[in-house]
Design a protein around this ligand. Sequence first.
Ligand SMILES: [Zn+2]
Length: 233
Amino acid sequence: MSYFYDFWDDLVSLLFPRLCFACGNHLLRNERLICTECYIVIPRTNYHNEKNNRVEELFWGRCMIEKAAAFSYYNKGSRIRNLIHNLKYKGVSELGYELGKIYGVSLAASGFTKDIDLIIPVPLHPAKMRSRGFNQSEIISMGIADSTLLPVNVNLLLRAMVSATQTNRSRYERWENVEGIFRITDAQTLRGKHVLLVDDVITTGSTIESCAKELLSIEGVKVSVVALAFAVV
Ligand SMILES: [Zn+2]
């Protein structure tokens, strides 16, 4: 019987090949979404073990971030870039969960998350949420929560609609102009909490900075940050 099933599996994978979302190679029968080689060779920053790392440095003089880290580097043609592209633009949401889960294991083991009270994903613009159907940062957060057992709250920090003045700006200006577009819904619940902000990619840090400033306006709130990738510019 098992011979028959193996044959059937092989036939199915010949007709509908299962490919690694990072490198495009065929997945083996026991592999899911990402091949073993990619799991091994995707470069880890290990920033969660490094004080004053480059992501933390990015926020110096801008906003008070307790600690910050990223899973990997966002380089052109890198495997993590392919994974994030498949997650965001091809709708492969399971990738966000899987990578979040893997990263969460390292974060928990290193003690990075031990004093965190809750995870808040960076909210997605409502129009993007409608077209994409999910917020990738929320999916990544769910994966991290799976490994760290931290609660995720998606209702405390919301993103406002783009204003008329913002739609007239160029795409780059709009992207940079994120100051003041986030709002807190329940300051009482957040008071005195240490929040872990989760994003997919950190580039200029302006989105995180804007979220953090809102959160830090509440008494006793501390903010830490993690992302799947850090774009070295
Ligand atoms: Zn691969």
